[in-house]
Design a protein around this ligand. Structure first.
Ligand code: ADP
Ligand code: MG
Ligand code: ZN
Length: 610
């Protein structure tokens, strides 16, 4: 080969490589510009039906992957990095959205076949980087190399900062975090008296309860730089990238101290180590190890506070909770009725309401809703109002939206066989009557036999008077009776019984067991806890643990549970037999109207008194 040929070949290779790199980084640049797209947001888009196309790019050898999500009305796809592609597939199947799998592992194996060529390419690449670095100076060359850089966004100083007053409810949580704000504002005050400022704060709570919002508010109140990154951003397809991103993130933070690093969805990286199979978990472990090293590495009072959020504290690696790491835990719970009303007030701003919209009433009928659910509820209501060409939201819209977001779409079109409808009507009537008759539960807000689309044939919804911290023995017994009401009504009316009560049976049993093994409410077994790990839920972990009590006690527990359940059963049955006439009239009305309101239901009892 003469000199001239070699030059031409060299130039050709360099041009090709440059082309592929430039296009790669252009694409990457597009991704980084976008705000981080989280799994939570992805699920919200799915639920809202905005997802147009989904392409899953995965190397089959590892569970992690990249998902390109096409959203209605958006030009380029959103990019989502997931810890486990299976989660996405499960979601796609649940929402019945078609998706494309793009497997890159075959390309990988082809590559290994071409190892000698690959080696030459690597040498060429190194050569090229050196050339580029020299030609363009440090600046440009640095940009080319930022593959392993953290993708944390530093919050722009001009962006309107979130303040505590935009976070409704969550009084105690805010109180705890105010301390952190104080640390960041005047670290000197604490250092002077020898206090150790916490390094890490972990926000734990169900999705949509405002964890991300709270973290932003802490940064906003303290007026310090806020680096936010999502756990799934660390989990890349390429081993080693996550760890280098962590390193880079902390380096950047140290330059900007005092500041906050916020790692959203930390469970994507900080899962219990050594649980997975396959190479993908090595990547996560490396990332987690690096995170621990960094957190141990900076001094106690350097002015960096690492905040993280998760809804799966049970799967976190215990190492992360050790002192000097995330030593503060703030539990962010679902809002109580007062909290819900406050959150609703925040989210009706800019949404004109009709006179009949009663936020207090809405709050009372939405137990279990998170802040995000409530936000969604008001948004759906506004959409429904707009669809009717109205300029304001009516209570009617809220009620329709409630069914949509809260209990699944009413499937009026699905024809329920007549007998099934009848059984469901008696079942729900049974629950409802007990709710009404027993003093500490209820009153009933709605009774419905419209299939909910999430598996339930109907529902009976009580109106909670207040959210108590403690439960009483009496209330728990009544809850059990209400739970049994459905099945008992079926038994009283029909020759045969159905499988529809399995969920009721499960929760009744759980309550009874808890009363005896956790709350010491059994006379025979007394003031003893027979349950291990009862203070926290470790999903799937209690399979293997050994009992601390004998076979005899276990038998005694079973006997007590049975006694408790049987007692409630007899009581509930007696009440239903006494109200047989209401049971019939309620079931009949349900079959006629499919859903009855509190007034209609209570009228049934008044008719009877006459
Ligand atoms: P999480 O991070 O816990 O999943 P987010 O902080 O992302 O929840 O909350 C999602 C959205 O729900 C917020 O952007 C906000 O609109 C609404 N939200 C949740 N909790 C609250 C709250 N306490 N006050 C006001 N809005 C809330
Ligand atoms: Mg969040
Ligand atoms: Zn039931």
């Amino acid at each position: 080969m003469n000199r001239g040929h070699r030059n031409i070949l060299g130039i050709l290779v360099v041009v090709l490589l440059m082309y592929s790199f430039v296009s790669y980084y252009l694409q990457r640049g597009m991704i980084t510009e976008r705000e981080v797209y989280t799994y939570h947001q992805f699920e919200q888009s799915l639920a809202a039906g905005e997802v147009r196309s989904v392409e899953i790019v995965q190397n089959q050898e590892v569970p992690t992957g990249m998902v390109k999500v096409g959203i209605d009305g958006e030009e380029s796809p959103r990019i989502l990095y997931v810890a486990d592609v299976k989660d996405v597939i499960a979601d796609m199947e649940q929402y019945d959205v078609p998706y494309v799998m793009d497997d890159v592992s075959r390309a990988g194996s082809m590559l290994s076949g071409m190892l000698p060529y690959a080696l030459i390419l690597v040498v060429m690449m190194v050569f090229m980087f050196m050339m580029m670095g020299r030609a363009a100076g440090g600046n440009n060359g640095g940009k080319m190399m930022n593959f392993g850089k953290s993708r944390a966004k530093m919050q722009d100083a001009n962006v309107k900062k979130v303040q505590f007053n935009q976070v409704a409810g969550l009084q105690e949580e805010k109180e705890e975090l105010k301390e952190i704000v104080d640390f960041l504002k005047n670290p000197g005050k604490f250092v002077d008296v020898g206090a150790r400022i916490p390094k890490g704060v972990l926000l734990v709570g169900p999705p949509g309860t405002g964890k991300t919002l709270l973290a932003k508010a802490v940064a906003g109140e303290a007026n310090v730089p806020f680096f936010s990154i999502s756990g799934s951003d660390f989990v890349e397809m390429f081993v080693g990238v996550g760890a280098s991103r962590v390193r880079d993130l902390f380096e950047e933070a140290k330059k900007n101290a005092p500041c906050i690093i916020f790692i959203d969805e930390i469970d994507a990286v900080a899962r219990r180590r050594g649980t997975g199979l396959g190479g993908g978990h090595d990547e996560r472990e490396q990332t987690l190890n690096q995170l621990l090293v960094e957190m141990d590495g900076f001094g106690v009072n350097e002015g960096i506070i690492v905040m993280a959020a998760t809804n799966r504290v049970d799967i976190l690696d215990p190492a992360i909770l050790r002192p000097g790491r995330f030593d503060r835990k703030v539990a962010v719970g679902r809002p109580d009725v007062k909290g819900r009303e406050e959150i609703l007030r925040v989210h009706v701003q800019g949404k004109p309401l009709a006179q009949d919209v009663d936020l207090h009433q809405i709050a009372r009928t939405t137990p279990g809703f998170s802040g995000a659910d409530l936000e969604n509820l008001m948004n759906e209501s506004a959409i429904l109002a707009a669809r009717m060409d109205r300029k304001y939201i009516k209570m009617e819209d809220v009620q329709k939206a409630f069914i949509k977001v809260g209990i699944g779409t009413e499937k009026k079109s699905r024809l329920v066989p007549e007998l099934e409808r009848k059984i469901t009507a008696y079942h729900e009537a049974g629950h409802a009557i007990l709710f009404h008759v027993l003093p500490d539960v209820g009153p009933v807000y709605t009774v419905s036999i419209i299939p909910t689309g999430v598996g339930a044939a109907g529902y009976t919804m009580p109106l909670p008077e207040n959210d108590n911290v403690f439960n009483t023995r009496g209330k728990m017994l009544q809850d059990m009776k209400v739970g049994m009401g459905g099945r008992i009504a079926e038994e009283l009316i029909f020759d045969d019984i159905t499988t529809g009560a399995s969920q009721d049976i499960k929760s009744v049993t759980a309550t009874a067991r808890a009363m005896i093994t956790q709350y010491g409410m059994s006379e025979n077994l007394g003031f003893i806890n027979y349950e291990e790990d009862s203070d926290e839920v470790f999903l799937g972990r209690d399979l293997g643990h050994s009992r601390s009590f004998s076979e005899e006690v276990a038998k005694e527990i079973d006997k007590e549970v049975k006694k408790l359940v049987d007692g409630c059963y007899e009581d509930a049955k007696r009440i239903l037999v006494e109200h047989m006439d209401v049971l019939h009239s309620c079931a009949a009305l349900l079959m006629e109207k499919e859903r009855i309101s509190r007034e209609e239901f209570e009228a049934l009892f008044e008719e009877r008194a006459v």
